[in-house]
Write a protein that binds this ligand. Structure first.
Ligand code: PGA
Length: 253
């Protein structure tokens, strides 16, 4: 596992964009696993800029997103589908039929989770999976639990996630209670994994996930099982606890 600690959020975003751009250039029909949340916004803005500047093209790229809220239609402004279109898909040259997310409006969880697993399989798996990390250690919406998930699952969001995500909604009560999420095994099966984190609020959980016990109580800790294909890029604030406890394990930029 390589861990880069960048000076600022902008530096983290540029470094992450370099990584993704390399993947896109070297395999123009890559399957990219994408994430939502505030963490990748700078990365997406940077990719949009590079696409406009013709440095990269999404013409043959296929994407699968990590998760989606249950009960929201893709055109709902709070949906992750809407988020992805507004921040990336509508601003790059990706064909609309190449983008995929779980369908939160499908109430049949068994059918939807099976459909999403089949879809990822039919694409040949994920070449590069982008991840953020939740305050409770979640990846995708895989919340702390007593077992790691395998394929796509319907998850009940924890109070901590509802609280964290309520900033995007009118109130905590408006945050959907459930989400569909890609499973941990699917994430681990990706060819490469790029984990991003910024801000001091992530410093403690990041250190615990990457250097603590591998346990489903900290879902991101599962990344330690495939550490050779994980690249972690964080800003100074998110990296402060790792730098303090494991200074030899990181590259500081
Ligand atoms: P954030 O969310 O990027 O909004 O902090 C990350 C996550 O929940 O995975």
């Amino acid at each position: 596992m390589t861990i880069h600690i960048c000076k600022t959020y902008q530096d983290m975003s540029r470094r992450a964009a370099d990584f993704m751009a390399a993947q896109i250039t070297l395999k123009p029909d890559s399957v990219l696993g994408l994430a939502t949340g505030s963490t990748p916004l700078g990365l997406y803005a940077e990719l949009v800029k590079r696409c406009a500047g013709k440095q990269i093209s999404f013409r043959s790229i296929r994407t699968v997103n990590l998760d989606e809220y249950c009960g929201l239609t893709p055109d709902d402004e709070q949906s992750y589908s809407y988020f992805m279109h507004r921040n990336l898909f509508d601003r790059v040259d990706i064909p609309k039929e190449n983008v995929h997310l779980p369908d939160g409006s499908n109430p049949d969880a068994a059918a939807e989770t099976a459909r999403y697993d089949r879809l990822i399989e039919s694409l040949g798996g994920i070449d590069l999976q982008l991840l953020g990390i939740g305050h409770d250690g979640h990846i995708g919406f895989n919340e702390p639990s007593d077992a790691f998930s395998v394929g796509t699952v319907k998850i009940r969001l924890t109070d901590s996630t509802v609280e964290a995500n309520s900033r995007f909604f009118s109130s905590p009560e408006a945050v959907p209670e459930y989400a569909y999420s890609m499973g941990c095994r699917t994430i681990l099966n990706a060819g490469r994994i790029l984990l991003l984190a910024n801000g001091s609020g992530k410093a403690g959980i990041l250190e615990k996930a990457l250097f603590g016990a591998v346990t489903p109580e900290v879902p991101a800790s599962v990344l330690q099982l495939v550490s050779d294909k994980v690249t972690v890029v964080v800003d100074r604030e998110a990296g402060e606890e790792i730098l303090r406890k494991h200074p030899g394990a990181v590259t500081v930029e």
